[in-house]
Design a protein around this ligand. Structure first.
Ligand code: FAD
Length: 439
């Protein structure tokens, strides 16, 4: 059990993985290209806060760090939709007491790094990997250093250098797809030291082909993210001057300008970033494997990128235990087991973009959500809505996707029949039986 494991990338997944492997008794070294976030305040490249939910919380608890993270969490119990006329509609995420959590990315990363170091994981900052020998588990860094060990794990994100080395090998499949939308973050300050919006919701301004969302921060501010096409009639490219930006927000998001007095300045100066899906297969080569975004980067619309990466860590550990940490067995067994679920959440994340930016404003969709909640209320064991399967359970993503598609079809049938419009005539048991027969 005294294998030396080198992990490249000490972001969210790498630092949790390093900690967990150390807790299993391995010697672990973590290599990170950036400087120590606890010493240098760095500008966040993206998403200042994230939605942490069930699949992410379990692995944090298993690592014994959840209690350090919990004080920074802000529960969000549902979506709050803002219409074009600034009317508000609320849609709970699950049952009473169920919620997702807004967490600051940097704080979470710091807690994980701190815990890893306390358990004697050695962390090397300013070590950017440039070249990897996959069969020998050797890695070279741009500062001239190199490291060798028994196993090398790449958790170096969507543009993984470790994966790039795998891409040079025979029969390695890789694909990447940018969506037509990019995103820009905007900041809503606190008003009189209070939140400007209700902090216990994820706010959404759905506008068909684009949307704005806002998540609360611990300092009573909100981080808004505009998901918006790069090109086209209404797009980043079309908003060139102050008047165009101002008209755009007044027309589509009338409640935003009063909340962000320096909106134009922020819009013109905050970066625009792209959104990518990557897929590859296999995830291992020789003595090297990739986890987290390095293996499966997804668009952020189900709030599952980090959560699925933390779930990777849990499943990697479970497979490790099951093969008695025989690395030759572990790497291929884990890759094979996990791949279909990564593909499923990738598909679900793309589907949820359409739901968030468009469907949530559609009365028929809201009828469906209400109906599903009512069925779940009466038959909690027999009908778990797709969002709950993904967000509040450990069910494999591939199974959630399969069941969700069946549920979607049944809901379409019921809504077309208009049965939900006469609640006293609703036969919930019949719907559940229909579902059971097709599962
Ligand atoms: P990363 O967080 O990218 O970490 C990779 C680390 O590797 C970094 O520290 C990087 O500096 C380092 N690195 C990179 N290259 C090298 C190298 N060559 N050598 C050494 N180190 C290197 N997920 C959720 O679960 N919920 C959300 O609400 C959510 N919202 C999101 C919103 C947006 C706008 C975006 C873009 C993503 C969102 N995600 C969300 C996804 C989430 O950010 C990622 O899935 C998560 O950060 C993946 O963690 P990771 O550790 O695999 O990769």
């Amino acid at each position: 059990m005294s294998s030396q494991i080198n992990v490249v990338g000490a972001g969210l997944v790498g630092s949790l993985l390093g900690l967990r492997l150390r807790q299993k008794g391995f010697d672990v070294r973590l290599y990170e290209r950036r400087s120590d976030p606890r010493k240098v305040k760095r500008a966040e490249g993206r998403s200042i806060n994230l939605a942490l939910s069930h699949r992410g919380i379990g692995p944090l608890k298993a690592a014994g760090v959840y209690d350090q993270v919990a004080p920074y969490l802000i529960p969000m119990k549902g979506r709050m939709m803002h219409s074009k006329s600034a009317d508000l509609t609320v849609q709970p995420y699950g049952k009473e007491g169920q919620h997702i959590n807004s967490v600051p990315r940097s704080q979470l990363n710091k807690v994980l790094l701190e815990a890893a170091e306390q358990q004697n994981v050695e962390v090397f900052f300013e070590h950017q990997s440039t070249e990897v020998d996959l069969d020998m588990a050797n890695v070279h860094f741009s500062n001239g250093n190199s490291a060798s060990g028994d196993v090398l794990i790449g958790t170096d994100g969507a543009f993984s250098s470790v994966r790039k080395s795998m891409q040079l090998t025979d029969r390695f499949n890789f694909s990447q797809q940018y969506i037509e939308h990019g995103y820009k973050e905007l900041h809503i300050a606190a008003i009189n030291e209070s939140f400007a919006l209700d902090p216990n919701y994820l706010h959404i301004w759905p506008r068909g082909n684009f949307m704005l969302i806002a998540l609360p921060n611990f300092d009573k501010t909100f981080t808004c993210t505009l998901f918006f096409p790069y090109e086209g009639d209404v797009s980043f490219a079309s908003l060139r001057d102050e008047a165009q930006i101002s008209d755009f927000f007044s027309k589509y998001f009338p409640d935003i300008p009063p909340l962000i007095p320096d909106l134009i300045h922020q819009f013109q100066n905050n970066p625009t970033a792209s959104l990518i899906t990557t897929k590859c297969d296999p995830w291992h080569r020789g003595k090297t494997i990739i986890l987290g975004d390095a293996a499966h980067a997804i668009v952020p619309f189900y709030g599952q990128g980090m959560n699925s990466g933390f779930e990777d860590v849990r499943i990697f550990g479970e497979v490790g235990e099951s093969v008695n940490w025989n690395w030759n067995e572990l790497l291929p067994t884990y890759s094979k087991k996990r791949k279909r679920d990564a593909d499923a959440i990738s598909e679900l994340a793309l589907m949820n973009f359409v739901e968030m930016r468009d469907h949530v404003a559609d009365p028929k969709f809201l009828r469906q959500k209400k109906l599903e909640a009512a069925i779940h209320d009466r038959f909690p064991k027999d009908w778990l809505p797709l969002y709950s399967m993904v967000t509040f359970s450990d069910m494999p993503y591939s199974e959630a996707l399969r069941l969700g598609k069946i549920q979607g079809k049944i809901m379409q049938e019921v809504l077309e029949e208009g049965k939900d419009l006469i609640p006293e005539a609703m036969d919930f048991r019949e719907i559940v039986e229909r579902y059971k027969a097709r599962k």
